[in-house]
Ligand binder design. Sequence first.
Ligand code: SAM
Length: 212
Amino acid sequence: MDFFPAHLTQYIEQHSTHEDPVLAALNRETHLKHLLPQMVSGHQQGLLLELLSSLLRPKQILEIGTFTGYSAICLAKGLAEGGVLHTIDINRELEDITAKYYALSGMENKIKQYFGAAADIIPSLPGIFDLVFIDADKINYALYYDLIFDRVPQGGFILVDNVLWSGKVADAAAGDKDTEALKAFNLKIAADERVTQLILSVRDGITLIRKN
Ligand SMILES: C[S@@+](CC[C@H](N)C(=O)[O-])C[C@H]1O[C@@H](n2cnc3c(N)ncnc32)[C@H](O)[C@@H]1O
């Protein structure tokens, strides 16, 4: 899910902080054992998530779409003292790898893992979310945005992954279900006057949204 030239990605990663060894092991294990390993955030995006989270120092983070836990660990690194990251994935088979790496990274007390459909679980979670990362099924991005919007305080941030969808969102001829959902989602955010947003051309595109 990265259409940026491979040699430039390599250059960026060589000249950025090296990948944390626990995250590097998780990245490797994800590629060895999982179908669609390209879903993992990886080095460059993981660092971006860690740095943004560190800037915001959130007390509560919500992640929608855990996969093997890479982005959850990166985001949790920026939590305020005593803060918690809630993360949801529909695939219970991920439990072994996520639990293993939360422990190896020392994050097991900061990350609360939930398994099930995000739309069912989100309403049952307590409190407000200073930071939300939407990275699950593309077809439901707009639903997730609507479900969490009132739970984000003024000045809180929502990050949304894969918004460029390998460039297909800017291709009028591309019309598969996921591309259509992402095109509609990007239009919805562009028209939402309650927020300030920027699509970052990092990896597969990440929208950085601030609630005004
Ligand atoms: C792109 S991956 C997440 C990658 C992860 N955030 C990272 O950066 O390493 C998307 C995940 O969303 C999960 N997912 C798909 N549909 C879902 C749903 N309805 N509710 C919760 N999770 C879902 C998938 O099982 C998959 O693990």
